[in-house]
Design a protein around this ligand. Structure first.
Ligand code: SF4
Length: 330
């Protein structure tokens, strides 16, 4: 039977924003009881079905893994991969990246979205040079002390770069655990402590096994147990899945889900302003940014926000008093 299509909470991407770990329904099942019958089939499936992604290659570097995790926050793999390849060819080390001009960084970030991530990654590289001699530490507290590195990213870097046991819980993992162990369509809108406890309970004790489980569970959520159209017939844990066994009950939190509107939003307007400035080789007149399709008031508001975020600078004034804008220098 094809699975129903629950309303998605968030985009089905490989990694969410640096979200706090979440919770499912702890009363439904004790994770330590079912962990082997979930972990082993998922890991075996991963060995057959895993995507050959460059940040998983045998010659990957910790820096490459860190960059991939930052890029994958809220951006799908297909859009990240070409940018990541160019990025690593150009800036293969934190030290190389730390020396790059900010404008080059933002141009290279291109259309990945949420460009504040690029600025934070730049700050992170500079901190790696200053504090760690240009290397990525494997210690969780040292990782979390870096700019832009939260609980999720630190856990992912430890697992995927260093093969350490850590609890890696992104949007995909949350959804898989909610369905298999919690019997619900989607996890609660906000992560909970109970959800985190379940995720911890499932992680194998061994470093290598834990790191493989982290990658495998994320991959299952990205490729099979997707938000909108789970392919239960291809799923290695279909016989253990509580949501499937319960007959796919509807998402009980659907009324609390926030939609991801795009057209006409400030986010779209900011993206168009950034695209115009990335393409320009000289400061851009404020009046020329009205061609981004938004109202003058919305352009004004978004420009102010971009300046406040450090993504845009005002470098002058034209005759009618309007500003000239460009990407940051330095
Ligand atoms: S059977 Fe597998 S794909 Fe289907 S909902 Fe359960 S975990 Fe997801």
């Amino acid at each position: 039977m094809p699975a129903p299509r629950p309303r998605a909470l968030s985009p089905d991407v490989s990694a969410a924003e640096d979200v706090e770990p979440v919770v499912v329904a702890p009363e439904v099942v004790a994770p330590e009881v079912v962990a082997p019958e979930v972990v082993e089939p998922v890991v075996a499936w991963f060995a057959r079905a895993r995507r050959d992604l460059p940040w998983r290659a045998a010659d990957r570097t910790a820096w490459g893994v860190l960059v991939s995790e930052v890029m994958l926050q809220q951006t799908p793999v297909a859009r990240v991969e070409p940018v990541w390849r160019d990025w690593m060819a150009r800036w293969p080390t934190p030290r190389a990246f730390a020396a790059a001009p900010v404008a080059d960084v933002l141009r290279a970030w291109g259309r990945l979205g949420y460009p504040r991530r690029a600025l934070r990654l730049h700050e992170c590289a500079r901190a790696l040079v200053e504090r760690h001699g240009g290397t990525v530490p494997d210690d969780e507290s040292a990782l979390r002390a870096l700019p832009g590195i939260g609980q999720y990213t630190a856990a992912a870097v430890r697992a995927f770069a260093f093969g350490r046991r850590s609890v890696v819980v992104d949007t995909n993992v949350r959804r898989v655990l909610a369905r298999v162990l919690g019997g619900v369509a989607l996890p609660a809108p906000s992560p909970t402590a109970a959800e985190h406890a379940i995720a911890v309970g499932v992680v194998p004790d061994d470093d290598d096994a834990a790191a493989t489980w982290a990658a495998a569970s994320m991959e299952l959520g990205a490729l099979v147990c997707t938000a909108r159209a789970p392919r239960c017939g291809d799923c290695p844990v279909r016989d253990a899945c509580a949501w499937r066994a319960a007959g796919y009950p509807a998402d009980e939190h659907s009324a609390r889900r926030t939609s991801q509107a795009w057209h006409g939003t400030d986010r779209q307007c900011r993206g168009r302003i950034m695209a115009a400035l990335r393409a320009a080789h000289a400061p851009v007149d404020r009046a020329d940014l009205d061609g981004t399709g938004a109202s003058p008031a919305q352009v004004e508001r978004c420009l102010a926000g971009l300046v406040a975020d450090g993504l845009v600078v005002r470098v002058g004034t034209v005759s009618d008093g309007a500003g000239l804008f460009t990407l940051p220098t330095g």
